[in-house]
Design a protein around this ligand. Structure first.
Ligand code: NAD
Length: 270
């Protein structure tokens, strides 16, 4: 079976853990060269080494970058293009959920600003530099199209439904990711650059599990999950692979929900 990302180059942020790490492994398995970007360089390097061990036919590199800094993102995109010759897939996946993020009365402005800096500006800059790089990809003569690329932005189910366990800044930031992605998808549709949001449900990754650090906190959520379990990072990686590959060639501007049915649910099964 042909590999779904053969000869493509991908950049993944937040690649040291969770969705980003599983996606890096899966994209490489499907033939992509991958630049693993993370603020935690050691974790990204570990991921890159694992890829080189398992899939020696592709290139995997790790770089330190803070997506909350425009120069870091520009540097990472430039590195991907210098090393791989092009950029086909940009997965703006890094995000934070701050422990001090709460409801409107309790959330400090500095927590709000930090969350927006990373979760919103980071995605904006990731899109900006990816679009600039993808515009330089060669034209597909056969189809008469510029083969732009695929940009995937990680949002969240919390952008689509309210919760009485608030993290106001996080929720607002993910709503911004959805609307920004939709608009960018329209602006760049005729350039062959597709942009889609990935909306995960609650997952068994450090981001959520560090936060739900008691059985009571976990149970408070589990009762609302139709499948009765948290999702796994690899289940999101498989969805990201679909959005990254030409299998989703007629999809752009979508809020792609991978949430175990959570956003369709009124009453869960007993
Ligand atoms: P994770 O904590 O397992 O991994 C996040 C990675 O991002 C870490 O390696 C971390 O070092 C990196 N990172 C954090 N800040 C960064 C920065 N400023 N620059 C670069 N890298 C940075 O988390 P995850 O669960 O895989 O989350 C990935 C994305 O999915 C996030 O955007 C998150 O908001 C979103 N999401 C997660 C859940 C969930 O339940 N885990 C649900 C919905 C959405």
């Amino acid at each position: 079976m042909p590999q779904r990302l053969a000869n493509k180059a991908a950049l993944i942020t937040g690649a040291g853990s969770g969705i980003g790490l599983e996606s890096s492994l899966l994209f490489a398995q499907e033939g992509a060269n991958v630049l693993l970007v993370d603020i935690n360089l050691a974790a990204a390097q570990k991921g890159a080494a694992l890829i080189q061990e398992r899939f020696p036919n592709v290139k995997a590199l790790a770089v330190h970058a803070d997506v909350g800094k425009e120069d870091d993102i520009k540097g990472a995109v430039d590195l991907a293009v210098a090393e791989f010759g092009r950029l086909d897939v940009m997965f703006n996946n890094a995000g934070i959920m701050h422990p001090a993020d709460d409801h409107a009365l309790n959330t400090e402005e500095k927590i709000w600003d930090l969350t927006m800096q990373i979760n919103v500006k980071g995605v904006w800059w990731g899109c900006k530099y990816a679009i600039m790089a993808m515009r330089k990809n060669p034209v597909d003569e056969e189809r008469g199209l510029r083969v732009g690329g695929s940009i995937i932005n990680t949002a969240s189910f919390v952008a689509l439904m309210g919760a009485a366990t608030p993290q106001l800044a996080y929720t607002a930031s993910k709503g911004a990711v959805l609307s920004m992605t939709r608009e960018l998808a329209m602006v760049h549709a005729r350039e062959g650059i597709r942009l889609n949001s990935l909306c995960p449900g609650p997952l068994k990754t450090p981001l959520l599990m560090d936060f739900l650090n008691t059985p009571e906190k976990k149970e408070r959520r589990l009762v609302h999950l139709p499948m009765g379990r948290f999702g796994e990072a690899v289940e999101l990686a498989k969805a990201a692979l679909f959005l990254a590959s030409d299998d989703s060639s007629y999809m752009t501007g979508t809020d792609f929900k991978v949430d175990g049915g959570l956003t369709s649910c009124y009453v869960t099964p007993v």
